[in-house]
Design a protein around this ligand. Structure first.
Ligand code: NAD
Length: 433
């Protein structure tokens, strides 16, 4: 099939490469010329495991093409996916300018029937707006469908190629049959394509992210109580997770959720409710708990040092908002590092993939090291911010020898408190008595 993808970010690029890999002819566009010129040379501007191989293979086999001219997409494709960003406005609502600009340009350029599919996460009613904008700019025949994306950064290819479910909001049989045909190779294991009305499809994405964010804030709030009551949230988590009604996933306490999705999507849903004169008290609390959880580690640090960390050096392990990505959008590392710097501490940081992005944020206010051990040289304390696998089982004798102080603030509970105590560290986790 002839497919177009507008937006070559974490979602658009994965979608374009995966559609191409299942035999489709894909043209992918972005307004960022630098991104497109890298991609044309087979260089992938983001870190996502195995994505570079997939992009290079499909470029070589000429099923995947990149362009900075959106009209090349419009001319080529029968199905056009809009996968541009929907960042938050000041009031928390989703900024739809990129989506609607793309819709206008598609309308201006299209000839013959097109199916336009909104893959970006958008508030309920956005597909109706996209339809109106296109209709105002074309006399051609078209449908607009909603197809929110559920991939997780760090596991994006597996999620896209073998999705738990595919949600499609459609208005008629033509869109339904085109999307069924396109997605057939991705649902061979019988996971469903759920067709529904467009507005419910838009809502499903927000509802899913809001539920996941709620689980995290719920556990974080209970972790803080567990600390006061002297229990270990990690034992509580295991005890809860075996109940199939609860399930094991997304129950890990930590220093708050970040990334480009949960924070903005929770805010956007709360804002949608507000626009309709309603409150979403649970989600307002989810967001509030998350904000304060991001401050919790700095609070522990300051308490430990009697409020004075001037001149103390902190080694930070992990900068990305979660492991296996270079994405630092809304990463808890940002308030943690800013909090330390504001109080006069110094920071040496290491992350396997996110340092180029972190350098844009912190410039020379943080020193970045070539590996996790180098960050420890002369440090008063180690602060674990992101649970990359390679941090889980370090050589503790080496860690101890490199550090000046022997204090660990473990924001992701990757180490065992008793073991740390046995090794001679002063250990602080999250919600661990
Ligand atoms: P991103 O910022 O990584 O990529 C968006 C891309 O769109 C950028 O490269 C930008 O240059 C491009 N763009 C903006 N305006 C354009 C235009 N007029 N024409 C062509 N390109 C344009 O964003 P992302 O993380 O890929 O997210 C895209 C959407 O998918 C968002 O709505 C997001 O909420 C949603 N989503 C993201 C994830 C995720 O894990 N990142 C998961 C599911 C859904």
């Amino acid at each position: 099939m002839k497919i177009g993808v507008v937006g070559a970010g974490y979602v658009g690029l994965v979608a374009a490469a995966c559609f191409a890999d299942s035999g489709n002819d894909v043209v992918c566009s972005d307004i960022d010329d630098e991104k497109i010129s890298m991609l044309k040379k087979g260089r992938v501007p983001i870190f996502e495991p195995s994505l570079d191989d997939l992009v290079r293979r499909n470029l070589k086999e000429k099923r995947l093409k990149f362009t900075s001219d959106l009209q090349e997409v419009t001319g080529h494709a029968d199905i056009i996916f809009i996968a541009v960003g929907t960042p938050p406005n000041e009031d928390g609502s989703a900024d739809l300018k990129h989506v609607l600009n793309v819709a206008r340009e598609i309308g201006q350029g299209m000839a013959g029937y097109k199916l336009i599919v909104v893959k970006s996460t958008v508030p309920v009613g956005t597909c109706d707006k996209v339809r109106s904008v296109i209709a105002a700019n074309t006399k051609g025949d078209f449908d607009v469908a909603s197809n929110p994306e559920f991939l997780k950064e760090g596991d994006a290819l597996r999620d896209f190629l073998k999705p738990d479910r595919i949600i499609c909001g459609v208005n008629g049989d033509r869109a339904k049959s085109l999307l069924s045909e396109l997605y057939a190779p991705f649902v061979r294991t019988e996971n469903p394509i759920l067709f529904m009305d467009v507005r419910s499809s838009e809502m499903t994405k927000y509802a899913s992210n809001a539920m996941l964010a709620a689980r995290i804030s719920f556990m974080n709030e209970l972790a803080n109580l567990s600390e006061v009551l002297n229990c270990d949230i990690d034992n509580v988590r295991k005890g809860m997770g075996f109940d199939p009604r609860i399930g094991k996933q997304f129950l890990f306490a930590g220093i708050g959720y970040g990334g480009s999705c949960f924070p903005k999507d929770v805010k956007a849903l709360v804002n949608s409710a507000r626009e309709h004169g309603m409150g979403l008290s649970i989600l307002e609390a989810v967001e509030k708990v998350n904000q304060s959880q991001k401050e919790i580690l700095v609070g522990k640090i300051l308490r430990h040092y009697g409020g004075n960390i001037k001149g103390k050096k902190f080694a930070i392990w992990g900068l990305s908002f979660k492991p296996n990505t270079d994405d630092m959008r809304e990463a808890p590392a940002i308030p943690v590092i800013e909090g330390i710097l504001k109080k006069g501490g110094t920071v040496a940081a290491y992350d396997p993939e996110a340092m180029p992005n972190a350098k844009k944020t912190f410039k020379d206010r943080v020193s970045f090291t070539e590996d996790n051990y180098a960050a420890l040289a002369g440090a008063d304390a180690l602060v674990v911010v992101t649970e990359w696998n390679e941090f889980r089982n370090p050589d503790f004798a080496k860690v101890k020898a490199l550090m000046k102080g022997h204090v660990i603030f473990d924001g992701r509970n990757i180490f065992h408190p008793e073991k740390m105590k046995g090794l001679g560290f002063v250990y602080f986790g999250i919600g661990r008595g």
